[in-house]
Design a binder for this molecule. Structure first.
Ligand SMILES: Cc1cc2nc3c(=O)[nH]c(=O)nc-3n(C[C@H](O)[C@H](O)[C@H](O)COP(=O)(O)O)c2cc1C
Length: 344
């Protein structure tokens, strides 16, 4: 049996395989109310029926102004929670574990006045954000915790705090977007403060598996971005704060393209650097379309779980194809009827 398609248990989270659907915004909330629609049942249901072990539902806003666009999902009221809960139930019925990525867009909000640690625009096409007051930061912290309670109520197995890609928490972490002089800016410990507060507050009430996604490089050439040693320190703090899994990505803080060749697994060395610093599982993501590459990464212990993004948008049946390529004869499709659909 391949490692990719074999089960894994992380704390109280048991997954039937090591393939995770990476969070991907679908911008399909046409009514602009943040509520799950039939699209989300079909979209995520299709990946559940195709045996994805864990589905992390797209960036879901913790407050209306924290959305990237008005078409994002949200978890700030009861109606949203009720429909979200039905979605989680249906994915559980289809055999997948379910996570949600809780997010605040920060200076990348396009349909609301953006806010950020400092009044520095992402680029010329996005508005200059308002720098948050300490009281406003406390409100956002409370909104993350309230959303995590709603996610728990809805029955998710995993909450992922979105600390990557230049959205609010990521903006606080990077010295390039955070130029505050108070307790939320300056030193690495101060820039970590917001994530620390949100993580420990959520940990105190959420009994499931708590993940954090981080961007390990801003692809900045000025020498000012956090170093890998800084990120190893942040991840040691996250482990101390009760985080179960670190999800390693890169980019998005600055409007710069990656300064390295975009081959399959280009982000995996960043995950491996974190694995060397912590004792909790670390995931990798980014052009891991080849099952052989994914299997090799797991076999060589460069990461513990494989996140798949765009390839699952192109090919719902990626897992069955992976089983064939890896000669994994133990792979079981969703049911016997689906088994009959597998060509010999
Ligand atoms: C349409 C789309 C939407 C995305 N939305 C999110 C998101 O909500 N949260 C997030 O952390 N990353 C998001 N990403 C990034 C993916 O989760 C993933 O990290 C990235 O696509 C690289 O993996 P891949 O090469 O397997 O696609 C998105 C990517 C795409 C293509």
């Amino acid at each position: 049996m391949s490692l990719l398609l074999s089960p894994i248990t992380i704390g109280n989270l048991s997954l039937k395989n090591r393939v995770v659907m990476s969070p991907m915004c679908m911008y399909e909330v046409k009514k602009e109310d943040g509520i799950v629609t039939p699209f989300h049942f079909a979209h995520y249901g299709a990946r559940a029926i195709a045996n994805v072990g864990l589905i992390i539902i797209e960036a879901t806003a913790v407050q209306p102004d924290g959305r990237i666009t008005k078409h994002d999902l949200g978890l700030w009221n009861d109606k949203q929670t009720e429909k979200f809960s039905q979605l989680v139930d249906s994915l559980h019925y289809l055999g997948s574990k379910v996570g949600v990525q809780l997010a605040h867009a920060g200076r990348k909000a396009v349909d609301a006045q953006p806010v950020a640690p400092s009044a520095i625009a992402f680029n010329a096409s996005l508005r200059t954000p308002q720098a948050l007051s300490v009281d406003e930061i406390k409100q956002i912290r409370a909104d993350f915790v309230a959303a995590s309670k709603r996610a728990q109520q809805a029955g998710v197995d995993v909450i992922e705090i979105h600390g990557a890609h230049g959205y609010l928490i990521s903006e606080f972490l990077s010295p390039l977007s955070n130029q505050r002089n108070d307790e939320y800016g300056g030193s690495l410990a101060n820039r970590y403060r917001l994530l620390h507060e949100i993580a420990t507050d959520i940990r105190a009430q959420f009994s499931g598996s708590l993940w954090v996604r981080l961007s390990l490089s801003d692809y900045d050439q000025s020498g000012k971005q956090n170093s890998i040693a800084d990120w190893q320190q942040v991840c040691q703090w996250l482990e101390r704060d009760g985080i179960d899994v670190i999800d390693v990505s890169t980019g998005g803080v600055m409007d710069y393209a990656p300064d390295l060749p975009l081959h399959g697994g280009y982000q995996t060395p960043f995950a491996t650097a974190i694995k060397q610093a912590v004792n909790i599982p670390v995931t990798t993501v980014g052009l891991l379309d080849s099952p052989d590459l994914a299997e090799y990464i797991l076999q060589t212990k460069q990461a513990d779980l494989i996140l798949e993004g765009r390839v699952l948008l192109r090919n719902i049946n990626w897992l069955a194809d992976a089983a064939k390529q890896l000669h994994d004869h133990d792979y079981q499709p969703f049911n016997n009827s689906y088994q009959r659909g597998q060509l010999k």
